[in-house]
Design a protein around this ligand. Structure first.
Ligand code: SF4
Length: 52
């Protein structure tokens, strides 16, 4: 597994709620945990291309 995918998967597992608004990428992009070590490298919203 690439680091990129590992980080993506971690953030998705961490914050994504299917019942909340937006795709998982949008929800991760909206993460407010600036103290998290992954904050600066978290996946950013690219929902149009990725389709959620
Ligand atoms: S950056 Fe946000 S979503 Fe990603 S692991 Fe940290 S707290 Fe969770």
């Amino acid at each position: 597994m690439s680091l990129r995918k590992a980080i993506d998967d971690k953030c998705k597992e961490c914050i994504y709620c299917p019942l909340s608004k937006g795709t998982w990428r949008q929800q991760v992009a909206d993460c407010a945990s600036t103290q998290c070590p992954l904050y600066d490298v978290r996946p950013k919203s690219n929902a149009k291309k990725q389709g959620g």
